[in-house]
Design a protein around this ligand. Structure first.
Ligand SMILES: [Zn+2]
Length: 144
């Protein structure tokens, strides 16, 4: 009786570790993903000053300003889409205290996203308004 299972620190899947005590993730890709996520979080804390400067410089260049703007708008749209998925994932995670599986997200998409999703980890404002995620406009709004 030597079948201990571990929960993957990244995706939460139960697995049988090959090396007990030292293994924290079910697979190499989860280990790498967790590492990258930690790196990204650390980078998020420091201000991306270089990027801001780069944007200003490209805006001032008279060459092809339209083209540059298109590119940055595209980045913004992609980020908004990612935000929506991340948000759905984190909402499910909060509820069940474990990472959302693909099945959870598929179920959510099938049943249809509610128009507004209460964001539980943003405390109510002093006037009692609460933060909601508007799933059609993909923005954060405050309402009662
Ligand atoms: Zn995993």
């Amino acid at each position: 009786m030597d079948r201990y299972t571990y929960d993957c620190n990244y995706c939460g899947v139960e697995y049988i570790p090959k090396r007990r005590k030292v293994q924290k993730y079910c697979s190499n890709s989860c280990r790498v993903n967790a590492f990258n996520q930690r790196k990204k979080e650390q980078r998020g804390l420091s201000k991306p000053e270089n990027t801001e400067q780069r944007v200003k410089e490209t805006d001032q260049v008279d060459g092809m300003p339209g083209k540059d703007k298109m590119t940055w708008a595209g980045v913004g749209n992609a980020a908004a889409g990612t935000l929506a998925i991340n948000l759905a994932t984190s909402l499910l995670t909060k509820e069940e205290n474990k990472p959302a599986t693909k099945g959870d997200i598929q179920r959510l998409l099938k049943e249809g996203m509610p128009k507004f999703i209460l964001i539980k980890n943003i405390p109510p404002r002093s006037d009692g308004f609460r933060a909601y995620f508007d799933t059609t406009q993909q923005i954060l709004i405050y309402k009662i």
